[in-house]
Ligand binder design. Structure first.
Ligand code: SF4
Ligand SMILES: [Zn+2]
Ligand SMILES: [Zn+2]
Length: 301
């Protein structure tokens, strides 16, 4: 196998692109894909300070690494979910990454905001673990970005994540979720920061290869709650499709973004207002996060 760029010996074959690259040219390809994502979706203009949500895994640390390489002013945001050893280890990876590069890492603890760590939130609210966790993460990301003056939060969602989420939404025809599935979500209120996913053009395999070639030390273990998550089952289904037909995930996601998504877009007729308890944006009087935190505090006190 030869590198498409230089004809040297290839380190990685990308079947969906019908191409292979040597290590330096793969890194170049990867960075170019991120630049193209930022440009195509006008994610942020040069000079915008970016808050990168990092979990300690390969995707978010690879993203932070690329953005630093591109010269962006960034800070990392680590959300400590309080999930036993997994949280301890993933936080250590983020701290080591930030320290080695002289970067700022902001740490927010779910236990401080909600009153209990994620596993206890699940027990007392009886809602699926990932549902309470997802709500907490979205809330804390937005709050931290506002507090620290970052107009954009970037997350490490890759092509596999996005294709699996889309698959789940289509399987259940969640038409409310479809317009929100985008690599760049605009700020629709002064207290809502922009959310972007600059890795959406790159597969999980590609981010793993990038992290490996760049010598990034990341946590390999998944969150223990990821195992039973339906998104994993959807990923496996899509992986089987990809095996027999390389490019399926890419076509599914990109076809949706380019051709189908506009059909689901509609003018939101819900008025956004500020939560009477915390001041963050909500559609009701009290936001879903405050309701959940209130329930947790009542049941654990
Ligand atoms: S898999 Fe773990 S980190 Fe991800 S949403 Fe679920 S509980 Fe949270
Ligand atoms: Zn090459
Ligand atoms: Zn609130």
């Amino acid at each position: 196998m030869k590198c498409r760029k230089c004809g040297g010996s290839a380190a990685l074959e990308l079947r969906r692109h019908n191409a292979a690259f040597c290590s330096p040219h793969f890194l170049e390809f990867f960075q170019k894909q991120v630049r193209e994502a930022i440009r195509h979706h006008r994610m942020f203009p040069p000079g915008t300070p970016i808050l990168v949500a990092v979990s300690g895994g390969k995707d978010s640390l690879a993203l932070w690494d690329v953005l630093l390489g591109e010269g962006y002013e960034t800070a990392g945001l680590y959300l400590d979910l309080g999930i036993s050893e997994y949280s301890v280890e993933s936080k250590a990876k983020c701290e080591a990454f930030a320290a080695a590069r002289g970067q700022k890492l902001i740490v927010e603890r779910v236990v401080d905001a909600v009153g209990a760590p994620i596993p206890v939130v699940q027990q007392v609210t009886r809602r699926p673990t990932c549902s309470g966790c997802g709500l907490s993460k979205r809330y804390l990301m937005n709050r931290a970005a506002l507090q620290h003056g970052y107009p954009v939060v970037a997350t490490g969602h890759n092509l596999d994540d996005e294709a699996a989420t889309l698959f789940g939404s289509v399987m259940h025809w969640q038409t409310d979720a479809l317009p929100r599935q985008s690599p760049a979500l605009a700020s629709t209120h002064p207290k809502l920061v922009r959310r972007v996913k600059p890795l959406y053009r790159l597969s999980e395999l590609e981010t793993a290869a990038y992290a490996f070639l760049r010598g990034i030390d990341y946590i390999v273990e998944e969150c223990p709650f990821a195992q039973g998550a339906t998104s994993i089952a959807h990923k496996e289904t899509l992986n089987r499709l990809e095996e027999t037909s390389p490019g399926s995930k890419h076509n599914f996601l990109f076809g949706f973004l380019e051709r189908a998504r506009p059909a689901f877009e509609r003018v939101e007729d819900v008025a956004l207002q500020e939560c009477t308890s915390c001041g963050q944006v909500t559609t009701g009087a009290v936001c879903a996060f405050c309701k959940m935190a209130d329930l947790v505090k009542r049941r654990t006190s």
